[in-house]
Design a protein around this ligand. Structure first.
Ligand code: COA
Length: 259
């Protein structure tokens, strides 16, 4: 099956999904998110696939966030729908019965960081950068980031990163427990395949059991994801959001008024 914004290949029972919008640093527009959802759905039912790698095209960026150019003029309802659709696709990655590894080859910001966190493992190149910089746009994370970052690194650093929009490098991400391995960029795929080969020697059913059981640990809380959908949607009614997105697209610094 061919996609507009993804490259896919299956080799040795490993499906590699490459997000392929390098001129936009692989930013996730709606079409790309939909296609990722479809690729994961196909992989679930394809017996030829035992494991999945998600990566970005080029040497600079995994995914530099949701596509900001699509945010302009969204209403509160449309903002909520955007978050809902993104969360559904990312949830399908998290609950995929086959192991999904993010091979993070550069920027993993905003929706890109959220995408890595929906994957079961994060193996990253030494130039990888992580962050949730949505606040710079007068926004918050909407694809599960407010819920998943806490799961990986705890509230102390998670709330700081969401509030400051700070970007952290690969080594900092490793120290915080956000990623599994940091390797030189030219060894990224090799390391992913090494880990996958180890997992492939185990029972696929047992691996699914691990995924379901580990995920279950986080399922019994209040529905923070729903709260995030509402909070994300509300941002679209603010002047600050309009200013933040316009400033980005006009390549200038945003001036927020709190309105
Ligand atoms: N949405 C839409 N377009 C994006 C994008 C995004 N999230 N991130 C990068 N791009 C586009 C840029 O607009 C630019 O397009 P252009 O060449 O048509 O002008 C292209 O990708 C290259 O990005 P550029 O900003 O020139 O690269 P850089 O190396 O100077 O900076 C970043 C890299 C990642 C620091 C910068 O692109 C950035 O801050 N991106 C937004 C990150 C973000 O806020 N993500 C969360 C979104 S909710």
């Amino acid at each position: 099956m061919s996609f507009e914004n993804l490259l896919t290949s299956i080799d040795n029972r490993v499906l590699t999904i490459t997000i392929n919008r390098p001129d936009k640093l692989n930013a996730l527009n709606k079409k790309t998110v939909e296609e990722i959802g479809l690729a994961i759905k196909n992989a679930e039912s394809n017996d030829a696939v035992l494991a999945i790698i998600i990566t970005g095209s080029g040497q600079k960026s995994f995914v530099a966030g949701a596509d900001i150019s699509e945010f302009v003029d969204l209403s509160v309802e449309q903002g909520r729908s955007l978050a809902q659709a993104g969360q559904a696709v990312f949830k399908s990655i998290e609950t995929c019965s086959k192991p999904v590894i993010a091979a993070v080859n550069g920027f993993a910001l905003g929706g890109g960081c959220e995408l890595t966190m929906a994957c079961h493992l994060r193996i990253v190149s030494d130039n990888a950068k992580f962050g949730q910089p949505e606040v710079n746009l007068g926004l918050i994370a909407g694809y599960g980031g407010t819920q998943r970052l806490i799961q990986y690194i705890g509230k102390t650093k998670a709330i700081e990163l969401h509030m400051t929009g700070d970007i952290i490098n690969a080594e900092q991400a490793l120290v915080l427990g956000l990623v599994n391995y940091v390797v030189p960029q030219d060894q990224l795929m090799e390391k992913c395949l090494e880990v996958i080969e180890k997992i492939k020697t185990k029972s696929p059913k047992a691996i699914t059991g691990v995924i379901n059981s580990v995920n279950a640990y986080f399922e019994n809380s209040v529905d923070g994801f729903n709260i995030e959908i509402n909070e994300f949607g509300k941002c679209f009614a603010t002047d600050d959001f309009k200013e933040g997105t316009s400033a980005f697209l006009e390549k200038r610094k945003a001036t927020f008024t709190g309105k």
